[in-house]
Design a protein around this ligand. Structure first.
Ligand code: AR6
Length: 208
């Protein structure tokens, strides 16, 4: 499995990407930049304080990354999830990580995308990232990994969702002397999604 110790190597790759980009939208901030990584692969393998699950309102499992997390975590997870009484769209709840290398799972419920429901779906997706980060901090956690919430089965267009994801993380990390979270990892599965993140990350976390 992938340990946190290996993540700086991934960051080094990300820095290479950053060098080729330029932007004026956000200021360079090396303290923020050092905390952000991009990882391509299976989120269930990450040894972090919390991985985020793109769940549904029942919190009782499903397909996609939710299915993979429940399979890898084992039956204890479903047992704990049954006690949570579901979760509203845009909100998040935390459980233990069970058989995962991650200590905790933060279950968040993304919106089902519909263009006619903008801007509500965009606000709900922002809220998924914000409430997950708040819950991580409230639980004393220092590292968190996010999948690309709502962009699979729930159909959110990847570029729009990625702007929202990175912007929400940047806003959270630079607000309210937020120093507790030492590492935020964006996890992508496909090459296509990786390219979108590689293109957009430098807009929000510029190198210089
Ligand atoms: N590691 C990292 N990313 C993954 C993994 C993995 N193991 N597996 C899939 N992805 P989705 P949603 C990516 O569909 O759109 C479930 O049934 C995937 O490629 O998992 O929020 C729930 O119960 C995509 O980029 O989540 C809900 O009913 C991203 O994870 C519904 O799906 C999210 O895709 C939620 O749909």
């Amino acid at each position: 499995s992938i340990s946190l110790a290996e993540i700086p190597v991934l960051r080094a790759l990300y820095r290479t990407v950053l060098k080729s980009a330029s932007t004026t939208r956000y200021n360079h901030n090396s303290a923020l930049l050092d905390r952000i990584s991009l990882f391509q692969g299976d989120i269930t393998e990450l040894q972090v304080d919390a991985i985020v699950n793109a769940a549904n309102k029942s919190l009782l499992g499903g397909g996609g990354v939710d299915g993979s997390i429940h399979s890898a975590a084992g039956p204890g997870l479903l047992e704990e999830c049954r006690t949570l009484d579901g979760c509203d769209t845009g909100n998040s709840k935390i459980t233990k990580g069970y058989d995962l290398p991650a200590k905790h799972i933060i279950h968040t419920v993304g919106p089902v995308y519909s263009e006619s429901k903008l801007p509500t779906v965009a606000e709900q997706l922002t809220s998924c990232y914000k409430t997950s980060l708040e819950l991580a901090v409230a639980s004393g956690l220092k590292s968190i990994a996010f999948p690309s919430i709502s962009t699979g089965i729930y159909g959110y267009p990847i570029a729009d969702a990625t702007h929202i994801a990175i912007d929400a993380v940047r806003s959270f990390c630079e607000s309210s002397d937020q120093k507790q979270l030492e590492r935020v990892i964006f996890v992508v599965w496909s090459d296509k999604d990786k390219h979108v993140y590689e293109q957009l990350l430098p807009e929000y976390f510029p190198q210089e």
